[in-house]
Design a protein around this ligand. Structure first.
Ligand code: G3I
Length: 372
């Protein structure tokens, strides 16, 4: 009798341990939020089999790292190239994923011609608004009903919370943001529309973003959510700072999503917490201390950092609707080349051989327990 009972207990424990080992990110957090990753073409065209398998198993939402940016889909006036973007969307549909579009109006990766006339002079407000409307209508319209959420405006704010003086802002004025949202809504009235930015954990920038979103809401602009990108370091932001945008934006009645999560484990190349793509810092061996592998102590610290972040997101279950990692494995991350080129960084949950890292296990273990 005692043996039978013991056998039953051991069997249940084995099944539970197995279930734990088999847990996936999307299942572990399914009662709280979607979990996703940003993809590059090798991943959604099946060239990278190992990563393809991770994506299909672990994630229920995807973002395009580059293929839906203006310079890729609309490189010249009147010339659109949707070849890569179509494959991205097909991949998402085949795998029943929540497909994100990124991004419609940004200061980076937009060709110069967009802002200039044929003599190279800045175009008028009306011309630029027409170009914006035409681009948004064409791109959002093409994927109507298939892409479920768009990053409409990306990174419109400076670190001090003032408006970034991008060509959009300089030529059209502050209402370029409102216009972009309205054009996107006209192109697909059912699609979710987001404002997306980094370092919203810092007070000054968050204050600027809160004012911006409040004004948009007051004017009845169709905005669904705010993306807090989440390009983090080991020691910034604190967990309290991570909670700031979640609490503050959800009070405005918008969804909050973590749209570009990664954690930089390398020494900071600058004092600032920016993710501005224009920043470039010269190579220096001191800035690249782990070219041959991550020391175990750092690996464990990264695992704890990731678990603390996911624990915090789960604490705000319902307010946080999606957590998307900016890449799949450490091999592909933009963090290997920014702000210093050719470093060996370790910012994601899967290593260079597409194997789950201790951080992956830690994130799974931190998932909310379901009632049995
Ligand atoms: O496509 C060209 C290719 O033809 C050329 O041979 C190659 C040589 O360097 O460059 C390729 O373009 C690169 C592009 O990624 C596609 O791989 C650019 O140099 C490179 O600068 C570009 O970087 C992207 C960056 O945005 C540029 O703005 C990163 O992959 C991408 O991760 C990053 O993503 C941004 C988000 O969109 C917004 N938030 C910040 C985030 C990180 O910067």
């Amino acid at each position: 009798m005692r043996n039978a009972l013991w056998f039953a207990v051991v069997s249940v424990l084995a099944v539970l341990a197995h279930a734990q080992n088999q847990s996936t990110l999307k299942d572990a957090y399914k009662d709280c939020f979607m979990v996703g990753a940003a993809l590059n073409p090798a991943q959604f065209t099946g060239q990278d089999q190992a990563e393809d398998a991770i994506i299909k198993t672990q994630f229920n939402t995807i973002s395009p790292e580059n293929v839906l940016k203006w310079e890729v889909v609309h490189p010249r006036p009147g010339a659109y190239d949707f070849s890569a973007a179509d494959k991205y969307v097909e991949f998402g549909q085949q795998n029943h994923m929540f497909i994100i579009g990124h991004t419609l109006v940004w200061h980076s990766q937009v060709p110069k011609w967009v802002f200039e006339d044929d003599k190279g002079n800045p175009v008028s407000r009306d011309v630029l608004l027409d170009r914006m409307r035409e681009h948004i209508s064409k791109v959002v319209g093409r994927y109507k009903g298939r892409i479920s959420g768009w990053d409409v405006v990306n990174e419109a704010l400076n670190e001090d919370g003032t408006m970034r003086q991008s060509p959009w802002m300089k030529i059209i004025g502050e209402d370029y943001i409102e216009k972009a949202f309205r054009f996107a809504h006209d192109a697909d009235p059912d699609v979710q529309l987001y404002y997306n930015d980094y370092s919203l954990e810092n007070d000054a920038k968050r204050k600027g973003a809160l004012e911006l979103i409040s004004k948009l809401k007051a004017k009845g602009v169709p905005i669904t959510g705010v993306g807090t990108q989440g390009h983090f370091h080991m020691d910034w932001p604190s967990i309290e700072e991570v909670e700031g945008p979640i609490v503050d934006f959800s009070k405005l009645g918008v969804k909050v999503m973590v749209t570009e999560l990664d954690i930089d484990v390398l020494p900071q190349a600058t004092q600032s917490q920016t993710a501005d793509v224009s920043l470039k810092v010269a190579a220096d061996p001191k800035l690249n201390p782990y070219p041959n592998g991550l020391p175990e102590a750092v690996q464990q610290a990264l695992a704890k950092r990731y678990a603390d972040l996911f624990g915090t997101y789960a604490k705000h279950c319902g307010a946080v609707t999606r957590v998307t990692l900016w890449g799949v494995t450490d091999k592909d991350s933009w963090k290997n080349n920014w702000p210093v080129r050719d470093r060996t960084n370790y910012p994601l949950l899967f290593d260079r051989n597409a194997k789950p890292k201790p951080a992956f296990d830690a994130v799974i273990q931190r998932a909310p327990k379901r009632p049995s």
